[in-house]
Structures are given as structure tokens and as C-alpha cells.
Design a protein around this ligand. Structure first.
Ligand code: PLP
Length: 406
């Protein structure tokens, strides 16, 4: 393997389905918060493979655990038990509301599992009419059919009709609509504590608590999709913990195993009971290799001061970003190390142009929707790396002619 970025991109175009359009950049290796492309150029990673590589790259503890587990046992299926999966479920239930965990492989699959559990829960309580799911416009829950139907963004649905039925989208943060739409047929409200893909939208203070009150009033469930926000990303173990609410089901993936494909749901025991044997599964559930990765993530997140450090880095980046572009950004928002900078209406550049200019200067950032620049660096980002990132971004804005040279 000795390609250039351009040659790998050309080969990729020839063999991959065209549904994703990656940057013409082939990454070869990484260390800490830096990655190197096949031509040896180095980049500061401020997107972590879309909020996944929480421990950065080449993490020695994670690499050692993977090697050890790969040499012992890679796969069992859930025909049999394996200790790493049991231990990871124990760790997760120790740090949140949940008593039971089901592991799968991705965020979309976690959402599928949560939707099935919510409907099955009401069905098993002899109220099958309670099967509708209230969702939020701008939300994102994945690309499989159930998760896609829950994703109330028409652009993702185009050409894929008919969608599964039973979803009632409302505006994010709108209490009046919530009270009007949640009713006797509502199985659950599905919400991201902060919308990630939809633009890093933090809901108004107390919104999750209001959802809890409304769902309680109608015997409906509260599902929090923490696929992007969970496992320390926002500076708390889980983002719903900022609002002090007790959900019924939580969707997990992305940072849970810092780069190994793992997802899952965590639920209150009384709700989880509905998934009786035979109702739901996947061959890879509780894969020991992925779960060993998850254990290293938990061990790291639980180190004294680690979550505080994420909040401090987030504050540093948010303040720095707001100062960067003068009036270029209308809003800089987010929590911990999930940050969005929304371009003002009259901005002379697009978020995509900023992403490309940053890449040319040696930093990887991403967008969240057409006009929001998104940062989600590894959770191990240091203060000096955060400063370096802001410097690179400033130079990128200078290159684009939207920040002063000095
Ligand atoms: N839920 C949320 C909140 C997400 O941000 C994503 C992915 O971005 C998903 C679900 C889907 O996860 P996956 O891409 O692992 O299927």
C-alpha cells in the first residue's frame, strides 16, 4: 500500500457505491490528536471520525486491550457469555439510570432497538394502541428504516418511500407542540439531549425535564439518543444528566468504544423486561473485542478530573471560536467537546469552505448542516492542542479572506 491521496481517491471512486463523498484524503495512521495521510502530512484531528475516536489515535491502553483480546477470543455471539461484555454493561449501569443493557453495533441499530423496545413494552402491557413515536425536526437517528423514519429531516427520506409509520415530528424545544402532540397513543418521545447532526442545537434549559413530565402524564416512555452526546462528549458522562432527568431508554454508540464498532441501549429494568427471549438480537451483540474497547473508555472517563478537563477544553474552544471570526459567526454553542459555530446570514463563505481551508492548513473539522461548523475533537485534547487548533483555524479564515492577517 503506497498510494497518494489522489490515487486512493481514484481507486475508491471506482469501487465504492457513491453514497458517501469523502474528502480526497487517505489517512494512514494516528497518534494522540494527530493523524497522518498516506503522503506523510500531519493533521490535528478536531472531529474524531464524527465524535467517535474519544481517546484519540494509537491509544496505548486501547491498543493493548485489543491485541490481548484478539489473541484470546474475538467473537462468541450471544449464544454464549463473555466477561468483557458483562463487565462493560456493569460499568454503564453504575454511571447512569439504567439497570439493563443490550449491545449492538451502531447508532442506527441502537435506535432500532430502542424503538422496538418502546413499542413492545406497551404491547406487553396490553396497550398496543400506544405505538406512536414523537420525534424532533432537525434530529438524526441513523439511516436504517426505523431510525430514518425517526429522523425528521426530509432530505434523508427522499427516494426511500414508503417510510415506516407511526412517527410524529415536532419542533425541537417547542413545549406547546410537545404538550399538544404527546397523547394516549404515544409510545415514546425520542430526543437527542443536544442535536448533533442537526446543527449542535442545545435545547432550552429544562426542556428534557418538561418532556419527562409530559411523558409521565401519558404513561409514555422517554428515549434519549446519546449516540453522539454520550460517554463524556459533552463533559458529563451522559448529556441528559445536565438536566437531571431519569429517562427510560438510552441509545449509545460512537464514543462508547472509541473506534471499535459498538452500539447499545440501556434501559430501566421494568421497561427492559419487555424484550423477552427471542424478541430482538444481532449476531455480534456483546462482541468481546468491542467491549474491551468500551472498558478502556470507561476507565479513562472515570479518572478523577477527566470530565472536568473536557468541560474546560470546551470553554477554551468556545471562547476562542467566538473571538475568531468577528461577526462571521452568529452563534457559537454546544457543551464540552461538541461545539458548533453557526455562520451569520451574510457570511461570505460556507461552512464547507472553512472545512477545506482548515484541512489545507492541517486541521480536520466538520460541518453539522449547511451553515454550522462542528468541532468534536478527541476527549484527550490538551490546552495547548486547543490553542494550536484555534491558531490553524484563524489562519484558514485569513486564507479565505474573512479574518484580518495580523
Ligand atoms: N443517533 C445520533 C444522535 C447520531 O448522531 C448518529 C450518527 O451520527 C446516529 C444515531 C447513527 O449512528 P450510526 O452512524 O452509528 O448508525
Amino acid at each position: 500500500m503506497s498510494g497518494t491521496n489522489a490515487s486512493v481517491a481514484e481507486r475508491a471512486r471506482a469501487v465504492f457505491t457513491p453514497n458517501v463523498a469523502p474528502a480526497p484524503l487517505a489517512l494512514a495512521r494516528g497518534e494522540g490528536c494527530r493523524v497522518w495521510d498516506v503522503e506523510g502530512r500531519v493533521y490535528l484531528d478536531a472531529i474524531s471520525g464524527i465524535a467517535v475516536s474519544a481517546l484519540g489515535h494509537g491509544h496505548p491502553g486501547l491498543a493493548a486491550a485489543i491485541k490481548d483480546q484478539a489473541e484470546r477470543l474475538l467473537h462468541t455471539s450471544n449464544l454464549f457469555l463473555n466477561e468483557p461484555s458483562v463487565e462493560l454493561a456493569e460499568r454503564i449501569t453504575e454511571v447512569c439510570f439504567a439497570d439493563r443493557v443490550f449491545f449492538c453495533n451502531s447508532g442506527a441499530e441502537a435506535n432500532e432497538s430502542a424503538l422496538k423496545l418502546a413499542r413492545r413494552y406497551h404491547w406487553s402491557r396490553k396497550r398496543p394502541e400506544k405505538n406512536r413515536i414523537v420525534t424532533f425536526r432537525g434530529g438524526f437517528h441513523g439511516r436504517t428504516y426505523g431510525a430514518l423514519a425517526a429522523t425528521a429531516q426530509p432530505k434523508y427520506h427522499a427516494g426511500f418511500a414508503p417510510m415506516p409509520e407511526g412517527f410524529d415530528p415536532i419542533d425541537f424545544g417547542d413545549l406547546e407542540q410537545l404538550e399538544r402532540v404527546v397523547g394516549p397513543t404515544t409510545a415514546a418521545v425520542l430526543v437527542e439531549p443536544t442535536q448533533g447532526e442537526g446543527g449542535v442545537n442545545v435545547p432550552p434549559e429544562g426542556f428534557l425535564r418538561s418532556i419527562r413530565e409530559v411523558t409521565d402524564a401519558h404513561d409514555s416512555l422517554l428515549i434519549v439518543d446519546e449516540v453522539q452526546t454520550g460517554f463524556g462528549r459533552t463533559g458529563r458522562m451522559f448529556a441528559h444528566q445536565y438536566d437531571d432527568v431519569v429517562p427510560d431508554i438510552m441509545c449509545m454508540a460512537k464514543g462508547i468504544a472509541a473506534g471499535l464498532p459498538l452500539g447499545g441501549i440501556a434501559a430501566r429494568a421494568e421497561v427492559a423486561e419487555a424484550l423477552v427471549p427471542g424478541t430482538h438480537n444481532t449476531t455480534y451483540s456483546g462482541n468481546p473485542l468491542a467491549c474491551r474497547g468500551g472498558l478502556i473508555v470507561m476507565e479513562t472517563l472515570l479518572k478523577p478530573g477527566f470530565l472536568e478537563g473536557i468541560r474546560a477544553r470546551g470553554d477554551q474552544l468556545r471562547t476562542g471560536l467566538a473571538a475568531l471570526g468577528g461577526s462571521l459567526f452568529a452563534d457559537v454553542r454546544g457543551r464540552g467537546l461538541l461545539l458548533g459555530a453557526e455562520l451569520s446570514d451574510h457570511a461570505p463563505v460556507t461552512a464547507k469552505q472553512i472545512v477545506e481551508a482548515c484541512r489545507a492548513r492541517g486541521a480536520l473539522v466538520h460541518v453539522a448542516g449547511p451553515s454550522v461548523l462542528r468541532l468534536a475533537p478527541p476527549l484527550i485534547l490538551t490546552a495547548s492542542e486547543a490553542e494550536e487548533l484555534l491558531q490553524i483555524m484563524r489562519l484558514a479564515l485569513v486564507d479565505l479572506g474573512v479574518a484580518p492577517r495580523a
